[in-house]
Design a protein around this ligand. Sequence first.
Ligand SMILES: NC(=O)c1ccc[n+]([C@@H]2O[C@H](COP(=O)([O-])OP(=O)(O)OC[C@H]3O[C@@H](n4cnc5c(N)ncnc54)[C@H](O)[C@@H]3O)[C@@H](O)[C@H]2O)c1
Length: 321
Amino acid sequence: MSLSSFASVPVLVTGGAGFIGSHLVDALLAQGAKVRVLDDLSMGRRENLAHCVDKIDFIVGDMRDREMSKRACEGIEIVFHQAALGSVPRSLETPDATLSVNLNGSSILFTAARDAKVKRIVYASSSSVYGDSQIMPKKEGTEGKPLSPYAVSKAMVEQLADVFARCFGMEFLGLRYFNVYGPRQDPEGQYAAVIPRFFAACAQGKQPVIFGDGQQSRDFTYVGDVVRGNLLAAQAPKDACGSVYNIGAQGSITVKDLANTIIRLSGRKLEPKYVDARNGDVRHSQADATRAFEAFGFQAETTMEDGLRVTRDAYLKGGAA
Ligand SMILES: NC(=O)c1ccc[n+]([C@@H]2O[C@H](COP(=O)([O-])OP(=O)(O)OC[C@H]3O[C@@H](n4cnc5c(N)ncnc54)[C@H](O)[C@@H]3O)[C@@H](O)[C@H]2O)c1
């Protein structure tokens, strides 16, 4: 399926000042959509939207504030719900904070969307819902037990969306992202994702730190592909609603090979440093994205080498782009 235009369609991007959300805002503006953003800037950054702030309606606020969510949903046709507290380790540290934002926040937002008669909600779920399932590649319907409060929060949001869909006749599509990476992903802080962390270490001539033996594998997905998945889901036929979809590149790379690739792309001579494995991390993760392809034509298009080069170049320029 190819994309048609979003010309003049009023859309809301929650978490639009974050990594994925801000790329989604760019793509929607390029398609002519009327974009509103709701973000409390707890994790996101104003700089992510600085280049387009005069073209959007930017509401700085917490989606758990009912009035904020109500205001954000007014007159909106499609919601792209990205706002959440990410990070498995953070959720083990402060489970209540993760559940408060991800589950309670989604519940308040969905209620506001229901009351505003929003047509469709496309929301970010996560590959973490596959938990301890050993089945590879991961296919919708083969979920195991969650391994972290973050995974619990995402699994519960899926259930909540399902209940809202059945009780109120709303259109929901849940997208289970697999390890997204690209420009603007935050390299700072203890909860930074692995790719920006490795690039930041290499830039400083430090050893990239690997938790565990480095043989754990991931399906890293370029942010541009995830954005396209969102746009396709927003235009999917009605019978695609009420379901969840893997959004992944369908590849697999060990964290050790990833570290060595990033060292090479950074032009460094370094060895990764190995430290104790972390709780809550799944061992292997790889998407089977057949369902998303059959329902709305999604297929990742960016190779890991290309995606990492673009990401490296963006970090060299200061993280923008
Ligand atoms: N990055 C990944 O690899 C990945 C993988 C799977 C799922 N996801 C999901 O994708 C979505 C976007 O992730 P991201 O990587 O862009 O993270 P991010 O932290 O860059 O973006 C999340 C945004 O939500 C905002 N936010 C947080 N709490 C809020 C609240 N209460 N009210 C309003 N805004 C709030 C933050 O300020 C931030 O801008 C999240 O739902 C995340 O769980 C991400």
